[in-house]
Design a protein around this ligand. Structure first.
Ligand code: NAD
Ligand code: WQD
Length: 337
């Protein structure tokens, strides 16, 4: 069965392509390489023994999106990763984010309706919950006003899909990722942040590799046991597998609603200091860090209640924080050598 993976050369997309190919799907990747490298295709081939079809295409080009679906008329499902994802940049360049994250979504949905493709998986984010009142966060927790244009594109994206599914053939699963980290255990693919990493784990591994002098820990005065903020870090391979299970659910018509939403996390929260300690253990070296002030816009704590994903979707994260960090460290060392 042929599936389209948009943004399939990116961090989460590439790991998902591997899992899809491992399960026998024929994958077509569309990516404009704006935040990824063509070499990722070779990494995927080395892991799976199969090179996915790749089309370099900017999904903002509406007529080209149309032509793509005409050419690939046998696509049965779409996993839509392609988007811009830097929270800070989205504040500086809101229109870029609304164009890239919303226009592309609309163009793809138009083609799904036109070509009667019913199965759609969307990359959403725990950012839609803002600072939730209750931990762990369940899917029915209220969506909070977005703290950034990026976050807003995920909320609007979910709403667009819900409105469209009501009146069309589309069935959709919205996956709300918590904090994806790590790399494929083979170290053939992983995260490739451009410039100075904004996210914690790439910053840690680059510091461990000597590229950065020290990690700045953003705040130790949060109301948490050790004062640092808590997140739910999920191994990207576990996250990738959730997409395959979700797609299969739609293909098998097992979904109970036109649009279903699932949290994709581990269910365990880890503080920044706990992540540092775990990294030190798996890397066997001390990590230089200093405590600085809080980062604007950061929340105190977010971790998932994963009961719905575990029972309804039939998916559960397997890797520990240490396993995820070990894979990130192996990848960092590989790309520096
Ligand atoms: P990524 O930047 O590594 O991957 C996105 C890919 O999409 C890149 O390869 C990029 O080149 C491509 N792309 C972007 N705009 C495109 C366009 N107009 N046309 C074609 N290709 C385009 O990001 P990622 O971390 O793999 O994230 C994938 C998805 O998951 C995104 O939608 C992101 O918002 C969402 N998400 C990510 C996280 C995270 O922490 N990484 C958390 C929650 C949700
Ligand atoms: C994790 C923790 C930081 C860097 C972001 C997006 C969110 C989602 C995932 C897409 C926080 C602390 C970080 C550093 C630090 N993306 N930290 N020093 O902020 O939870 O979520 O990525 O949807 O929308 O906002 O992830 O990895 O940036 O930070 O102390 O140099 O690490 O303060 O507590 P975050 P992160």
């Amino acid at each position: 069965m042929k599936v389209l993976v948009t943004g399939g050369l990116g961090f989460i997309g590439s790991h998902t392509v591997v899992e899809l190919q491992n399960q026998g799907f024929d994958v077509v990747i569309v990516d404009d390489l704006s935040n990824s490298s063509i070499e990722v295709l070779e990494g995927i081939s080395r892991i799976t023994g199969k090179t996915p079809v790749f089309e370099k295409l900017d999904l903002r080009e509406k007529s080209q999106v149309k032509d793509f679906f005409t050419k690939h008329s046998d696509i049965k499902g779409v996993i839509h990763f392609a988007a811009s994802k830097a929270v800070g940049e989205s504040v500086e360049k809101p229109l870029l984010y609304y164009e890239n994250n919303i226009n592309t979504l609309v163009y793809i949905l138009q083609e799904l309706v036109q070509n009667k493709i019913g199965n759609f998986i969307f990359s959403s984010s725990c950012t839609v919950y803002g600072q939730a009142e209750k931990m762990p966060i369940t899917e029915d927790a209220s969506v909070q006003p977005a703290a950034s244009p990026y976050g807003n594109t995920k909320q609007i994206g979910e709403e667009i899909i819900t409105d469209v599914a009501k009146v069309t053939n589309i069935n959709a699963i919205l996956l709300r990722y918590f904090n994806p980290i790590g790399a494929h255990p083979s170290a053939e693919i992983g995260e490739l942040p451009i410039g100075v990493p904004q996210n914690l784990v790439p910053f840690i591994t680059q510091t461990g590799a000597g590229l950065r002098e020290s990690l700045s820990v953003f705040g130790d005065d949060y109301p948490t046991p050790d004062g640092t903020a808590i997140r739910d870090y999920i191994h990207v391979v576990d996250l990738a597998k959730a997409h395959v299970v979700a797609l299969q659910r739609l293909i098998d018509n097992k979904n109970q609603q036109k649009v279903e939403t699932f949290n994709v996390g581990t269910g365990t929260g880890s503080s920044v200091l706990e992540v540092i300690t775990a990294f030190e253990k798996v890397s066997g070296q001390k990590l230089p860090y200093k405590i600085v002030g809080r980062r604007e816009g950061d929340i105190t704590v977010a971790y998932a209640n994963t009961d719905k994903a575990n029972t309804v979707l039939g998916w559960k994260a397997k890797s520990t924080l240490e396993e995820a960090l070990a894979s990130a460290w192996k990848w960092e060392q590989k790309i520096r050598n």
